[in-house]
Write a protein that binds this ligand. Structure first.
Ligand code: SF4
Length: 323
């Protein structure tokens, strides 16, 4: 039985920017991205700022149209939506949790008004009484209890953690099949992050949802996922079972990321392997391997050919000529 719920095949997203004297530039935000997400699985998409991970989530969410490639949901190709109904049907199945709990809630609306919107749009409640029960269940599900005490409040009357709980409640309200969680804890106080992460994992199990968990933090990815995909400059460099990728990182960039992550005990950064230079511009991405301008092992061929994704066994794939 096919267990795959979402699949991307060679998906790219390029943005055209108009500059001075109408000279246009193209940002290669995402190139040749392929991966699948199993039903009930949590896959972490990891990368530094500007690596293309948020663009990838936004393309999957239908916020941007892909430039090329194919996306399949439950084996069916996701095409540009021709009607509002088709877009709504897709968005009910694929929901996104945004990074900023402050910006993603309308400050002029009460929590009731924010939370009832998805129920009304998707016509999920048969009566006012049923809607009230659904609103209360949603808030209590994310630990905001008693719910009636939160419904009349405005976002500024809640803490950052409580706002993100409202965002999560809103996301789960429509019983989605896939949740794209874009750095959902990165703007929260460190002391409350673990509580929100545990709650998301708990809800994932209870509601049988698949998670694409987007983060720049390798430790958070390890906590939240069973598989991990690492992006650099718009391309996936390594993908595989989380523990295997973290214990035996093969791609030089992933080794660098791992070496520069804080040591869990000390909270300090260990010495990184020597990488030269800065993250490249996505307007003029490097030829060949996008990491070649920084890679300590780069050879001539690395700037000439884009390395293919190579299967090194056990569901572990790496994009590097050394493999
Ligand atoms: Fe380094 Fe070449 Fe491998 Fe790219 S392909 S990571 S430049 S060795």
């Amino acid at each position: 039985m096919n267990n795959v719920i979402l699949e991307l095949k060679h998906v790219s997203k390029h943005f055209a920017l108009s500059g001075l004297r109408n000279i246009s530039k193209v940002v290669h935000a995402m190139d040749d991205v392929s991966f699948f997400l199993n039903k009930g699985e949590s896959l972490a998409l990891v990368g530094e700022s500007g690596s293309g991970k948020t663009t990838t989530a936004s393309v999957i969410a239908g916020m941007y149209e892909k430039t090329s490639g194919e996306i399949y949901l439950d084996g069916q190709p996701v095409l540009p939506f021709k009607t509002r109904e088709a877009s709504l049907r897709y968005k009910k199945k694929v929901q996104m949790i945004f990074q900023d709990p402050f910006a993603s809630l309308n400050p002029t609306h009460t929590i009731r008004s924010i939370l009832e919107r998805p129920f009304l749009i998707h016509k999920l409640a048969g009566s006012t009484r049923e809607l009230e029960a659904m609103l209360c269940d949603s808030l209590e599900m994310v630990g905001l209890s008693p719910a009636k005490e939160y419904l009349h409040r405005f976002p500024h009357e809640l803490s950052g953690g409580q706002r993100q709980r409202v965002n999560i409640a809103r996301t789960f309200a429509v019983s989605p099949e896939i949740i794209l969680a874009d750095e959902p804890t990165s703007m929260l106080d460190v002391s409350i992050r673990i509580g929100i992460m545990n709650m998301m994992l708990d809800l994932k199990e209870k509601k049988h949802v698949s998670f694409l968990y987007i983060t720049h933090d390798l430790a958070g990815a390890r906590y939240m996922s069973t598989r991990i995909a690492v992006m650099y400059a718009g391309m996936i460099m390594e993908i595989g079972p989380t523990e295997e990728v973290i214990a035996n990182a093969v791609h030089p960039y992933v080794q660098l990321l791992k070496a520069s992550a804080p040591a869990p005990q000390e909270g300090v950064r260990k010495a990184a392997i020597p990488a030269k230079g800065e993250i490249p511009s996505l307007v003029h991405p490097p030829s060949g391997c996008r990491f070649h301008t920084r890679c300590p092992y780069a050879k001539k061929i690395c700037s000439e050919e884009v390395p293919a994704m190579r299967d090194i066994g056990n569901g572990h794939f790496v994009r590097c000529v050394l493999v």
